[in-house]
Write a protein that binds this ligand. Structure first.
Ligand SMILES: Nc1ncnc2c1ncn2[C@@H]1O[C@H](COP(=O)(O)OP(=O)(O)OP(=O)(O)O)[C@@H](O)[C@H]1O
Length: 902
């Protein structure tokens, strides 16, 4: 085709379909694959060109205007005017170093989140060469004919040419009430967004089904024009970030206060003003934990990246942290606990119960297969689309020698009353026959009789009802899903759904298996070990769901079934009470509203809730849960958008793995916070000794030495702690209490009270030992060389102690032996760097005068050698005692074998 196309912007989408087809050089059968490829090069991919958040120079600049950076600048200015230009220069050098570091880390984190988009490719169903195919949304072009069904995201501005839809336009106009759209709507002039025949990119179909021809794609679409609207704003800081920011500030203020307090003390103790100011600044600079926040962001980003590799795409960094605190998982059944691969096994007909292969079931099978919207590929194995339940019905009909072809079915269909999760049934009008299928409780009340396999009709006798309900119970007890199928002949097309779904004749029941997924039982056991409760919220029948729950180990012996009706009748107080009792619950025949209520009640009870969902109606519950979990494969686009986490493999086990990862990331943040906080004590104590001795003891540590530790030797080991593998027993302990912050009393006690104090004692001992060796006594003077050797002992002592601290910080309660000395290679590299860095400052002659260092001899090194061991051993004893007094894995309701302790 060589004709040039009209510019897509010039096409008037409000013309009737025949003219529109002409303008767009297409037809109701869509485009050919080759023409589509050609148009793709002309119009470009169907994407919104990303408005970059901020350009990198702006972002880098922002790092320099952070309050803490400003604090450092003020310190530099003070140092300059205080007469210590060397210190001023050192501090000035620190600022870009820090800013650069933070900038790189934040960029990396951002990139990790951006890369997630690649894990969730958006697709659409388009007609190409006359066949319906799954096409990446970015390859859609004007002229393509797409099919849209409930739950789909609309990927391009299009005109409906077939069907009725209800669309959620909130992304475009903020209106949350869905609007009706129809192919045959009358064209009335008015605002484009209100045109009843048009649908727009970025909106979602919440009900109905139809076909549409694409008019505009990418940046030519309405949403492209108002692209700013679709760009997500800056995400709120996570609770973790907020906590750390607060802690950073508290520490910064404390450091400034300590520095200010030191000033007069220093002067009184005999330091000149200049020296006193320089020390005060040193204290401040040393103790402000500038690097903490970016390091945490990076740890979260690493967690997000790992999760994505594991099949869980998390949309917000902070979700990683929330995941770790999860106390309750509410999961649906079909597809998450089970394989979502249905196979019909048994049929119940009025008067007979037969195997799926029995030809007597043909009429029932055909009726059910006509009442579907799914498609099954020719060979009946792979390549079909749509609801697995319906595909099982299509296969059943085919196996019985009466295949129902999707194209014929759709052509002959007079009306479709789509599956409604509340009604739990759907119906179609095929010629003069209404076909209805759905949950037994939903269909049976609409029936006035039965239609036997031989074509005779009869009453729904008590005997028939008894036999039917016995069959339902029997099927459900083995975990089979049961559908009732009914039919009716109508003289004229019914006016609406209610008119169609009445006076039906029951054809029979269809029972199908959907076996539990492999690995789910293990994942449920792991969740129980971790003190996490698992409730099932399903649309399916109670006993069926309960049996599947039993098979995967949910509920142990305390499993209860609560039906949707029972839930609706419960007051809030009753629901709270129900959820407060230990044990796990199967919520059967649940409605989307019920799901939302359960979620709210659990959260009100202080639980951290992860909730799965896949339907359009699940979106509110997904948004409300702490972690909304949508299915990447079977879920609707609407659910995926509402969720915080999308499972690319739809597997329950992945949720548990994500909780595991969340816990690990949270733990690791605590590890490096512990490590960074611990060095404050041995750095401050020397100043206190100097001040309290009134200057009789020479200052044990210089300002530049402090800076060398905080901004040099410490950095890499701290980063490496953020990548520590999971501690043994991580998933054997109960979830952390929801209110527990990352920095709690226990952490501070361990950092300052234990690791800090032990280090301070050792470091001070090293300093005084060096003084003693130099023949010093209180009040006596000291030669420059001897003084430098003594301060070097303090400096090297702190470095040595921090090596011990690093190993101690690797676990929260487990022994170092249980995780292995060499299991964190990054940390070993970090410590090697730390040692080389310290050695350079101590032994490189040009640096010695700057950092007031002197080469240490074998005796001094021998003195320092046990430092790491002593610090580590002290903490090892502390953790050992903790393990003895704090038994783990004692929470939760589920039966559990006693677990190994650390
Ligand atoms: N395509 C369908 N047509 C008619 N009825 C259906 C269809 N799919 C499901 N049903 C009926 O509606 C009930 C609820 O289905 P729904 O899809 O809400 O939940 P589910 O798939 O059984 O479970 P879950 O909520 O765990 O995914 C089913 O038990 C079945 O009886």
């Amino acid at each position: 085709m060589t004709e040039t196309l009209a510019e897509p912007v010039a096409v008037d989408g409000r013309r009737p379909p025949p003219q529109l087809f002409r303008d767009l050089r297409t037809s109701a059968d869509g485009l050919g694959a080759r023409e589509a490829a050609r148009r793709l090069t002309v119009y470009g991919p169907n994407e919104l060109s990303r408005r970059r958040g901020r350009s990198w120079p702006a972002e880098l600049l922002a790092q320099f205007t952070q309050p803490l950076a400003v604090l450092l600048m003020v310190a530099a200015v003070l140092a300059w005017f205080g007469g210590t230009p060397a210190l001023a220069l050192a501090v000035v050098a620190v600022i870009p170093l820090n800013a650069g570091f933070a900038f790189v880390q934040e960029r990396q984190a951002e990139r990790a989140v951006e890369a997630l988009a690649a894990y969730l490719p958006a697709t659409a169903r388009a007609l190409r060469d006359g066949l319906l195919a799954e096409v990446p949304a970015r390859e859609l072009v004007p002229g393509d004919v797409i099919e849209i069904a409930e739950g789909d995201r609309i990927c391009a501005d299009s005109r409906l040419i077939e069907g009725d839809l209800s669309v959620d336009l909130s992304a475009l106009n903020g209106e949350s009430v869905p609007a009706g759209r129809a192919a045959d709507a009358e064209v009335v002039p008015g605002p484009l967004l209100e045109a009843r025949e048009l649908i727009f990119s970025g909106t979602a179909c919440v009900a109905g089904q139809g076909r549409a021809v694409i008019i505009h794609t990418g940046m030519h679409s309405e949403i492209g024009r108002i692209a700013a609207l679709s760009q997500r704003g800056r995400t709120d800081p996570s609770p973790l970030e907020r906590q750390v920011r607060r802690a950073t500030w508290i520490i910064a203020i404390a450091a400034v206060a300590a520095g200010a307090a030191f000033l007069p003390i220093g002067v009184v103790a005999g330091l000149g003003w200049a020296a006193a100011i320089s020390f005060a600044i040193g204290l401040i600079v040393a103790n402000v934990p500038e690097g903490l926040l970016p390091t945490i962001t990076l740890a979260l980003a690493a967690g997000v990246r790992e999760l994505a590799r594991d099949g869980a795409v998390v949309k917000r960094l902070s979700a990683v942290e929330t995941l770790g605190a999860t106390t309750v998982v509410c999961t649906d059944k079909t597809g998450t606990l089970t394989e979502n691969r249905m196979r019909v096994t048994r049929l119940w007909l009025p008067g007979a119960e037969i195997e799926a292969g029995d030809p007597r079931g043909r009429r029932l099978a055909v009726a059910a297969a006509r009442c579907t919207t799914a498609r099954e590929s020719g060979d009946g194995t792979a390549g079909g689309t749509g609801d697995p339940t319906e595909r099982a019905l299509l296969r059943l009909a085919a196996d019985l020698g009466a295949p129902v072809h999707a194209a014929d079915r759709d052509r002959e269909r007079g009306a479709l009353y789509a599956f409604d999760a509340r009604l739990k049934r759907m119906s179609t009008l095929d010629g003069d026959l209404v076909h209805t299928k759905g949950a037994v409780e939903s269909v049976l009340p609409l029936c006035i009789g039965v239609l036997a396999a031989d074509g005779t009709t009869g009453a729904l006798s008590d005997a028939a009802r008894a036999s039917l309900s016995a069959a339902v119970d029997r099927y459900a007890a083995t975990g089979l899903r049961v559908l009732a199928v009914a039919t009716r002949q109508v003289p004229a097309p019914p006016a609406d759904r209610t008119a169609a779904e009445r006076d039906l004749l029951l054809l029979g029941l269809i029972a199908m298996v959907d076996p539990p997924r492999t690995g789910v039982a293990e994942a449920v056991a792991a969740a129980h070990h971790a003190g996490i409760r698992v409730h099932v919220i399903t649309g399916d029948y109670g006993p069926t769901a309960a049996e599947i729950a039993r098979q995967v180990g949910i509920g142990g012996d305390g499993r209860r079934i609560v039906t949707g009706d029972q839930l609706d009748r419960m007051t809030e107080a009753e629901l709270d009470e129900l959820l407060a009792v230990p044990g796990e619950i199967v919520f059967a025949r649940s409605s989307p509203e019920g799901k939302l209520r359960i979620c709210e009640a659990l959260r009100a009870g202080g639980q951290i809730v992860a909730m799965t969902g896949d339907g359009v109606n699940d979106a509110p519950a997904l948004r409300h849960a702490d972690i909304g979990v949508a299915m990447g494969r079977s879920g609707t686009d609407v659910a995926r958008e509402a969720a915080t986490m999308v499972l690319t493999d739809d597997n329950f086990a992945t949720i548990v793995r994500a909780v595991d990862a969340g816990r690990r990331v949270f733990d690791n943040v605590r590890k490096f916070v512990l490590y960074i906080f611990a060095h404050a004590v041995p750095e401050i104590v020397p100043f206190l000794i100097f001040a309290m001795s009134g200057g009789a003891v020479p200052l044990p540590l210089t300002v530049l030495q402090i800076l060398a530790i905080d901004l040099g030797t410490e950095t890499l080991p701290a980063l490496a702690l953020g990548r520590e593998p999971a501690e043994p027993g991580l998933m054997d302990r109960p979830p952390r209490p929801p209110g527990q912050g990352v920095i709690d009393r226990r952490l501070l006690l361990r950092a300052w009270g234990l690791l800090g104090v032990v280090s301070a004692v050792l470091v001070t001992a090293g300093y005084f030992w060096a003084l003693w060796r130099a023949g010093w006594h209180p009040g006596a003077g000291l030669s420059g060389g001897d003084y430098r050797r003594a301060t070097t002992m303090t400096f090297a002592g702190i470095v040595a102690c921090q090596i011990g601290t690093a190993f101690a910080a690797r676990t929260d309660h487990a022994s170092l032996r249980s995780i292995g000395l060499f299991s964190n290679r990054l940390l070993l590299a970090g410590i090697a760097f730390e040692l080389v860095f310290a050695a350079v400052l101590i032994y490189l002659p040009p640096l010695q005068p700057i950092f007031s260092t002197a080469a240490l001899g074998p005796a001094e090194l021998a003195f320092l050698l046990p430092f790491p061991l002593i610090v580590w051993a002290a903490d090892e004893v502390y953790r050992w005692r903790g393990r003895r007094t704090r038994p783990r894995g004692t929470l939760g309701s589920a039966p559990k074998s006693s677990t190994a302790r650390g």
